[in-house]
Structures are given as C-alpha cells and as structure tokens.
Design a binder for this molecule. Sequence first.
Ligand SMILES: [Zn+2]
Length: 416
Amino acid sequence: MSTREADAAALISDFHAMSTFGVTPGGGVDRQAATEADGETRSWFMGWLQGQGFRVEVDAIGNIFGFLDLVPGAAYVLFGSHLDSQPLAGRYDGAYGVLAAAHAASRARRDLDAAGIRPKYNIAVVDWFNEEGSRFKPSMMGSAVFTGRLDLEVALGTTDPAGITVRDALDAISGRGSFTDLDVAAYGEIHVEQGRGLEDAGIPIGVVASTWCAYKYEIVVHGEQSHTGSTMMKDRRDALLAASKMVVALFDLTSEFEEEVLHTSVGQLFVLPNSPVTVAREVRFLADLRARESGILIEAFAKLTEKIAVIEQQTGTRIEIASSSIWESGPFLESGLALIESASAELGYPSLRVLTVAGHDATNLKEGVPTVLVFVPSVEGISHNEREFTHDADLIAGAEVFTTVVTRMAQGALDA
Ligand SMILES: [Zn+2]
C-alpha cells in the first residue's frame, strides 16, 4: 500500500469510528452541543489527538485544541471545524472538517519532517464548541467567544429550552478548560458544501470565494392567555396566530425578490403556555434571513417591519424584536483562493469557485486573520438531515488538498 493509499484508508476508517457516536436509526448522528453524544465524540477526538502526538488543551468555552509544536515560540496556523450536530443530522457537517484537519495536520508534520523543512509556524487543530446553535443560541458560539465577538460570561450563561446553562452542560461532560492566549497567524477550514453546486458541476473541490450575509432576529410575540372555548373570537389576542402569520409573511417575503436571492425561515416556535385549551400568551422564535448582499436583507427587513405592523393590528398582539445577530458577507483572500486552486491542480483535482450560503466558524475567523474555506460535494445538496452524504473519494480528495494547504500555510503561504 502506498503512503497515499494508507492515508486515505486511515481517514475513512477514523471517519467511520467517529460516526458511531450519537448514531441514529436513519444512519445519521444526533450530537447537539454539550450533550452526552457530543461529549463522547469530543473524548474520542482528544484521544485520537493524543495518540498522534498532539498536545491537547481546552478553553473556557469548550473549544478543543490539538497542538503540533514544531517551532518553539512561533505563532500557530489553525485548522478545524465542529463536532456538534443538529438534531437528527448527517455525519459529515462539521465532523468531517475536524477529522480532515487533524489528518492533514498530522500528514503535514510528517511530510515537512521527511523533506527536512522547518516551517515558519506551529500547527494546531480545533473543534469549535456549539457551531450549530440548535440547543444554545447563537450558532458559531465557540469561535465567536474565541475571536472576541461574543462575551464569555454571556455565552456560559445562555440556556437551552430546558433552562440548562452552557456552563452546566459543559461541566456535565467535563468540557470546560482554562486554556487561553493562542497566537493565530492564519486559519483554514474544510466542510461539506451543503448545497448542490459542486455535484451539479462534477467538481470535487470547492474554493469558497465569499460568504452570504445572515441576519437573524429573536422575535417575541406578546398576546394574552385566555380560554380557547369561552373567549369571544373578537376578544382574543392570540400570540400563536400572530406567530403563524409571521411564519407565512417571512416565506412570502422571498417572492418579493428575484428567485433564490433571499432565503428565509422559521424553524422553531416556543409557545407559552403551550396548552391545547389555552390561547397562547407568548411565542418566541428566530427569524433567519440570508442573502448574497446586505442591501437585500436591509430591504427585506424594511418590508418585514411593515408586515409586522399589519399583523399586530390584525391579531391585537405586540411583536417585539428582542435581539439580532448580523453576519455581513465578505470575500475570502485572493491569495487563499489561489493556494487552494494550486494545491488542487497539483494533485490532479479540478476545483471551482463557490459561495457559501451557510455560516461556518471560518466566517468568524476571517474577520481577524487570513482564512481559507474548502468545500467537498454534498450529494443532492442534502444537509441537516440523516441522509446527508459525501462519497469517500471526495472525502479523500478534500483531505489531500487540505494537507497541501496546511503544509503551505505552515510555511507562511498566506503572510502579507
Ligand atoms: Zn457545519
């Protein structure tokens, strides 16, 4: 077996081993942040890192780091993604990226050593805590705290729907550490596309050139609790009715723009008191709006504000926008795109420049350091679903390209 074949076999074997944690009947995984299944995956990953000679550290928000200290005193080039998942999700989203980064880092160390090259930077890999944001909002929490975008204490105090804090949930899986002060020179991430662009084009490597913007609004509808039988229809102030109209209004908003220019959704409602014989007094939900340009989202929000006023009038409720999280769109570095393209070409893989509609930890990191994001294809673009699938050949190709990316970034390829 050649080294290349052995590397590929090891990656696929480790991916299968990792995919047993939180496995679901439909062949996916359910590993929401800081659950037992997330804890098991994290433990497995830390064991893997230690077995490969990485120094392992955990920070105060539960991000796991593995370090290859090659150059005493130098900064680190950092590579990773997330091990947590949505409920009833696929095996690939995030987890593939963490494993591919770890394999790539390990191979890069070996290849640099064999070539007698002393790199400019040390190499580190990371599992960012709570990228998904399904149990604890907001999403991309670990990388947001790491980059200073989100306050640590605010994040630790965030509760899930059962009232459990991030702090307590992390402590239950021994998931909090005290590591601080990592000097990051550059960041790289590899992820499944979660769209169908690469598959439709028949191209194995996606070079992410830009992110979409995402505006998310935490909305609270205030109504009044009353009897579902005896309350006159005209007297009702039904928060669930108003929330339902909001769900429809958000969907209809997309048809006021060119096709597929605006994506909107409401994926979850919290209803109080959530009784079948009581008119709801309060409903909370997250309105998720995404587009290529912020101008579209600003226009969409203005239209939504008009719709809110109408719905308030129709239902006798008050609709409050309690908070918002804004991720602006932005291009990735041209030198990073060129690096991925040359790595792909040298290995014989065609590549294609694509956009990312989904948010990734790389979105947080790219604000501060030179950052690259590589995609591999998702069959039929299916994601956040147990049927999410990527062919082994694409997983292998992605890890090979990423190994070259890691090796070159460790040698300062993205330095200004
Ligand atoms: Zn992901």
